[in-house]
Design a protein around this ligand. Structure first.
Ligand SMILES: [Zn+2]
Length: 466
């Protein structure tokens, strides 16, 4: 695998050309404005004329890899004789319902799909798989194909059902996924996930964003209407179809008027990056990580929140306002979440207490360095025992309503020398790890490319809002 620096740069370089190739009609002005400079990989934003032929496609070809010569006429010159149609499979599909939605009227094709074990297994009884049919002008099936990514080995599978002189035949092929870069942005009106839905950002990318800034922003408590974000992320595609979500390459989040920026960086000398098969798994195997654009690592000694921000926890409200909490002096933060939601250690430490205490119910108290302690109360489940070492992010228990709780929630406290402190302040005040001197030039180059990509992403929203 190529290192992430080259990977990110190539992804950005190929982005414009791939978009033009696959979706010539759907190129937005903002994406097309992301013009590439002659070879240095520098970006420039330029005014855009809506004629794709005027875009500097040739420069892209020289910088990266040759595209097929028929790029521009892709599928256009055969449309008089063949029809293409795509549909998404439904779990209730039979051979007949699927072919009908694909506009295929062909009894031989239907009986083949009913009888062929390979085609049945790939297409029927499962939802969400994209299928493309190629038919004659009389709606008989010439070819049918579907793609999916089953393993994290960097490849995807392709089912092809094809009409031959001997009748229909099916086969399964394997080919490498290709990484491409997507830009998106949004503004929060009601919730983060409503905004990412509007921007067509996958949940895994939204969750990565909240994790990247988890030392700076407590997404459970600090989100404001009008907060906005721009994100540049990887998708892994097969034949141009997005099949798997990769990692966030760079992101900007404006929270309460304060701007936070981050980018993925891996020291080019440090070794190879695994394919983006889930950022957290990749993080633990490589030396890459997220940095501010001026080179400060975002890895912190303490996370701001003991509950991962997700679609479920973001929409969950307590039945009673935290102020109605029956405790006289409520010194802590309450996170409303359904019973069973995972609770994680905010930092490395040792279990000081794990058991029942009156008002707390089931409670875990962790001892960290420098007389720091964290308290996790009202749990429905405890996964650790006294004296055990825990690491940051480890699942230590589950949200519940034990003790004096008015409904399921996590009561969380931060104590230094037994005095309560605001978790977010603690998370922010911890020093970060600086970049090594040898990595700085490569970092600076990637950072300047990411700045341009993020401003291009931000214009996407303005474009769509017009
Ligand atoms: Zn509480």
């Amino acid at each position: 695998m190529i290192n992430s620096l080259l990977c990110a740069r190539n992804a950005l370089l190929t982005f414009a050309s791939q978009t033009l190739k696959q979706h010539p009609k759907r190129v937005t002005s903002a994406i097309a404005a992301l013009l590439l400079g002659g070879g240095g990989g520098a970006f420039a934003l330029a005014s855009y004329a809506p004629d794709a032929s005027e875009l500097p496609v040739r420069e892209v070809l020289e910088s990266v890899q040759a595209l097929p010569l028929n790029v521009a006429s892709d599928a256009l010159d055969v449309q008089a004789f063949k029809l293409f149609r795509s549909e998404v499979t439904r779990s209730s599909d039979t051979a007949d319902t699927l072919l009908k939605r694909l506009g295929v009227d062909d009894e031989a094709a239907a009986s083949f799909l009913r009888a062929d074990a390979t085609a049945r297994q790939v297409l029927l009884g499962r939802s969400g798989r994209n299928v493309t049919a190629e038919t004659s002008e009389h709606n008989s099936l010439l070819k049918l194909s579907a793609r999916w990514s089953a393993d994290s080995d960097g490849n995807f599978k392709r089912l092809v059902v094809e009409k031959t002189p001997q009748g229909f035949q099916s086969r399964i092929e394997s080919a490498p996924l290709s990484a491409s870069t997507r830009l998106a942005s949004g503004t929060i009106q009601t919730s983060l996930f409503a905004a990412t839905d509007d921007a067509k950002i996958p949940d895994s990318i939204a969750t990565q964003v909240t994790e990247i800034f988890s030392g700076d922003i407590d997404f459970h408590r600090s989100l404001r209407k009008g907060d906005r974000f721009s994100v540049v992320y990887e998708t892994l595609e097969g034949d141009g179809e997005p099949l798997r979500t990769g990692r966030v390459l760079s992101v900007e989040f404006v929270n309460g008027g304060k701007t936070f920026q981050a980018m993925w960086f891996q020291d080019p000398v440090a070794g190879s990056t695994p394919a983006a098969d889930g950022a957290s798994a990749a993080d633990s195997r490589s030396k890459g990580g997220y940095y501010t654009l001026d080179g400060q690592s975002l890895r912190r000694a303490y996370l701001a929140s003991p509950v991962e921000f997700s679609r479920i926890t973001s929409g969950f409200k307590m039945r009673f306002h935290p102020l109605l909490h029956v405790w006289k002096a409520h010194q802590g933060v309450d996170y409303a979440a359904p019973t069973g939601t995972a609770v994680r250690s905010v930092g490395d430490g040792v279990v000081d207490f794990a058991g029942v205490q009156n008002g707390y119910g089931n409670v875990i108290i962790l001892q960290h360095r420098n007389n720091y302690k964290t308290v996790y109360a009202h749990l429905s489940r405890i996964n650790v025992h006294k004296g055990e070492s825990v690491s940051q992010g480890q699942n230590i228990g589950a949200v519940g309503a034990t003790g004096w709780a008015t409904g399921p929630h996590l009561h969380f406290e931060y104590r230094i020398n037994n005095v309560y402190h605001d978790p977010l302040t603690i998370a922010r005040e911890n020093n970060t790890v600086p970049l090594s001197a040898s990595a700085k030039p490569a970092f600076a180059r990637l950072a300047s490319e990411n700045r341009v990509a993020l401003s291009a992403a931000a214009t996407l929203q303005q474009t769509s809002a017009q």
